[in-house]
Design a protein around this ligand. Structure first.
Ligand SMILES: *Cc1c(COP(=O)(O)O)cnc(C)c1O
Length: 425
């Protein structure tokens, strides 16, 4: 569900025509719908209300300060994975008690920063990191709460690059090691090892892997409790799906129907870390056609956004539905995905200007006829879009625009050539 739809033969974001935004800020540009962010955030809060969880929005999915503020105002905490994300969360006015800090390679500087900020929990990913955290906490006589990230060895059936809960990944420790880690480190006082963290991957478009992971996590918690450890939190991570093709992602209530009964009455503070399921469908990338290049079987649509603007297609072969912002009337449709079939569509690859064969946004598609200057919307780009931009080919990063009802504002300006050079002056 999102607030991007065709009305009067053109694409609107909420009540603003996308063409108006493009005229104002140029292309390429990220355009976000505030109502969509809030809709998805509210859906999770509501579905899981029975567990009264702390919902820590995963900043890495879409990190703009104004988005963070929007969600903080709605009650969100934050899942951060770096010192930079911590700074963002604090700048956005986050309640530090609702911040969790994960990541396999936290530096001493980042750990000190998080202790200074008095964040809620560290999610610790290895014994070595835990030893370091204990040493730092001891040296500062700080009270620190931590959960151990456990790798439950379940297969989330997603891309191998975004699968994090199988044995062979670098994340967390396995169940056996987790028990030993509690034996070794669970009885000192500087770091209160009080919980378990599970994050199995993303997007996880089925409910079963969560059930498996949580059942394994709960069994471990039972064992730990009977060994005398005080376990009071369980962080079930993020990874809920989003709609990229059609309506492939289960709704928040579907996940909740399976997960809530498992966790109800277990005397655990539940933490959730949704990112993609809140942000993905809340944003599009708007790009402009530069050239059409005939090339035998199919044509190349060369647009002004490339892999440096939206990396997911190149990195994961991710599918993003792409459609003209103002198509000829016979091609106006609110359907999305691979099944859109209208007479007159043409085979096309949508590619960017970057000097790499892997620089494509949409491969092997059927699109309405396009001409120079036509705008194209690349849908479901709100999560892992802007945050993965680079300056490759010395391309300045696009602006971000937030739409609320019938108004819009620039929440990140377009970078300039001077921005590209500034750190080298
Ligand atoms: C990336 C990440 C998330 C968010 O995943 P989504 O798929 O965006 O919901 C949550 N927790 C951790 C530890 C992560 O690394």
């Amino acid at each position: 569900m999102d607030h991007f739809s065709y009305r009067n033969n053109e694409l609107f974001c909420e009540d603003v025509p996308v063409t108006r935004i493009a005229d104002n800020v140029g292309t390429p540009a990220y355009v976000y719908s505030a109502a969509t962010f809030l809709h998805h955030y509210d859906a999770v809060t509501k579905a899981f209300a029975a567990l009264d969880p702390v919902i820590c929005y995963s900043i890495k999915s879409c990190a703009n300060l104004h988005i963070c503020r929007l969600l903080r105002d709605r009650g969100a905490g934050f899942d951060v994975v770096s010192g930079g994300e911590l700074v963002r969360a604090l700048e956005a006015g986050a309640d530090p008690a609702k911040i969790v800090f994960a990541g396999v390679g936290k530096t001493d500087e980042e750990i000190h920063g998080a202790i200074d900020a008095e964040i809620g929990w560290f999610n610790v990913e290895s014994e070595a990191e835990l030893e370091n955290l204990i040493a730092i906490a001891e040296s500062r006589r700080a009270a620190v709460r931590a959960a151990l990230r456990v790798n439950p060895d379940v297969d989330p059936k997603t891309h191998r690059y975004t699968s994090t809960g199988k044995k062979e990944t670098k994340f967390g420790v396995d169940l056996e090691r987790a028990r030993r880690a509690f034996e070794t480190y669970g009885r000192q006082n500087s770091v209160q090892l009080c919980g378990i963290h599970l994050h199995i991957g993303s997007p996880v478009n089925t409910v079963a892997p969560y059930v498996q992971a949580i059942e394994k996590g709960l069994a471990l918690i039972n064992e730990l409790r009977s060994d005398g450890f005080k376990i009071d939190m369980l962080d079930i991570g993020g990874g809920f799906g989003a709609h990229y093709k059609a309506a492939e992602a289960p709704a928040a209530v579907k996940y909740a129907e399976a997960i809530v009964p498992l966790l109800k009455g277990k005397d655990l503070q539940i933490i959730m870390e949704p990112g993609r399921s809140i942000a993905a469908n809340a944003g599009i990338l708007v790009t402009k056609t530069l050239y059409l290049k005939k090339s035998g079987e199919r044509d190349f649509l060369i647009v002004d956004a490339g892999m440096n603007d939206l990396l997911r297609p190149s990195l994961y072969e991710a599918y993003h539905f792409a459609w003209p912002v103002k198509p000829p009337p016979e091609f106006v449709t609110n359907e999305r995905g691979e099944n859109v079939s209208l007479p007159g569509l043409l085979p096309m690859d949508v590619v960017g200007p970057v000097c790499e064969s892997g620089d494509f946004l949409a491969k092997d598609r059927r699109l309405p006829p396009m001409k120079r200057d036509d705008l194209l919307a690349v849908f479901s780009s709100g999560a892992y879009g802007m945050v993965m931009t680079s300056h490759y080919n010395s391309r300045p990063n696009p602006p971000e625009v937030l739409v609320e009802g019938d108004s819009f504002r620039i929440i990140r300006r377009r970078e300039t050539y001077e921005d590209l050079l500034a750190a080298e002056r």
